[in-house]
Write a protein that binds this ligand. Structure first.
Ligand SMILES: C[S@@+](CC[C@H](N)C(=O)[O-])C[C@H]1O[C@@H](n2cnc3c(N)ncnc32)[C@H](O)[C@@H]1O
Length: 374
């Protein structure tokens, strides 16, 4: 674990750092709101009869603002506690922004056309789909080429950052503290192995490298182009390069009981229900007894019915064929069915986190016996 660069006897420096972090985040949020407003106006003027979203009530807007501020506070607190260095709080997609933001605008008309005509299996002829499961052969978010082109990989991070008002990495970082606490309580014999399932362009692995500089990191994803992008992002970091592999989360190409920790960020809402169970079963299989599994995904209607309008808007705006089923799905039950013990469920801004452990062989698997509350 890092020694925090914060010193309690330097409160002014701490305060200045904290204010700078908030200012940068607000800047990102304003840019994201400006983009969403402009693109929605353009869409509405081009297609005035299309009704895509419902307005959010003042209560919901207040809820969003409070959750946003709570997320920034948790992010700050975890850096202050030394779970990752404060410099990570200032890591942004600025280079991507200058390089790819114009491309994002150029791509929008195609996405709108796809959305209007409900075309969501629209791929360039050069892309072979044979190797992929049926449910994956789609333009998730109406994205051009789905997850299967270089352009899609280049635009994805910016799109997610805009969607979440600049908080995507802050939400991804929430997986770090539960793993670090767990490894402190049950220190494994090195090397500590951490796998990120559906690693996409590598943003979570990048955060994990800061949190666990000595760990052997692994990433798996179905998309070769996203993996290439991940590889170039992660190659810029010091430390060993994570081992990336193209493969399917429901048939993980690793031996049993191999990883000390597994993360999975923003995957489950894009899977059909039976595949969600297969992925959880596979993660349970490759996790060591005593290992920890942290899922981060969208909030769910089962625990936040008041936030349902926001979830409906998301499902209406983006092609997310399994999202409506996901927001009602009991992942606690799925994790327990796979033999894992759910230690805690957390919520941060727009995301929900399941923190589960694989019981030690012959040990007491009750939640109370495993790990103290985080
Ligand atoms: C919404 S993105 C999330 C990516 C990344 N975890 C993040 O935080 O941005 C979903 C990712 O899951 C991958 N994916 C979808 N189904 C998969 C499967 N069955 N096995 C492996 N990867 C899969 C996609 O290729 C894509 O990179």
């Amino acid at each position: 674990m890092h020694v925090a660069p914060f010193a309690s006897d330097l409160p002014l420096i701490n305060e200045a750092l904290r204010s700078s972090y908030q200012a940068v985040q607000w800047g990102k949020n304003i840019l994201a709101i400006a983009h969403k407003t402009l693109s929605a106006r353009l869409f509405n003027s081009l297609f005035p009869t299309e009704e895509r979203t419902q307005p959010l009530s003042p209560e919901l807007q207040t809820w969003l603002k409070e959750r946003y501020e709570a997320l920034l506070n948790s992010d700050w607190q975890d850096a202050a506690a030394g779970f990752y260095p404060a410099s990570l709080l200032f890591d942004g997609l600025w280079q991507e922004f200058w390089q790819f933001y114009p491309v994002l605008w150029l791509d929008l008309p195609q996405m709108w056309q796809r959305a209007r005509s409900r075309r969501f299996q629209d791929f360039a002829d050069t892309i072979s789909l044979d190797a992929y499961p049926q449910y994956y052969r789609q333009n998730f978010h109406y994205q051009t080429d789905g997850y299967l082109s270089e352009t899609s990989a280049n635009l994805y991070d910016l799109q997610v950052e805009i969607l979440f008002g600049g908080t995507a990495d802050a939400m991804r970082r929430r997986v770090i503290a539960p793993i670090a606490r767990h490894l402190q309580i049950l220190p494994p014999t090195p090397p500590v192995r951490v796998l990120d399932v559906a690693c996409g362009t590598g943003r979570t692995l990048k955060q994990l490298r800061y949190g666990f500089p000595e760990a052997a990191l692994f990433g798996i994803d179905l998309s070769p182009t996203y993996l290439r992008k991940a590889n170039s992002l992660l190659a810029e970091q010091v430390g060993d390069l994570p081992q990336l592999i193209q493969g399917s989360a429901e048939a993980l190409p690793y031996i049993d009981n191999y990883f000390n920790a597994i993360t999975c960020v923003f995957l489950f809402h894009e899977l059909p229900a039976p595949v969600r169970q297969q992925v959880i079963d596979e993660c349970a299989r490759v996790l060591q007894p005593g290992g920890i599994f942290v899922i981060c995904d969208s909030i769910q209607a089962i625990d936040s019915p008041a936030q349902r309008p926001m979830m409906e808007n998301f499902a209406n705006l983006f092609h997310e064929p399994f999202y409506r089923n996901y927001i009602e799905d009991d992942l606690n039950h799925r994790l327990e069915k796979a033999g894992l013990v759910v230690q805690e469920v957390q919520h941060h801004f727009m995301s929900k986190y399941w923190i589960a452990v694989k019981p030690q062989e012959g040990g007491d698997s009750s939640p109370a016996a495993a790990i103290p509350p985080l």
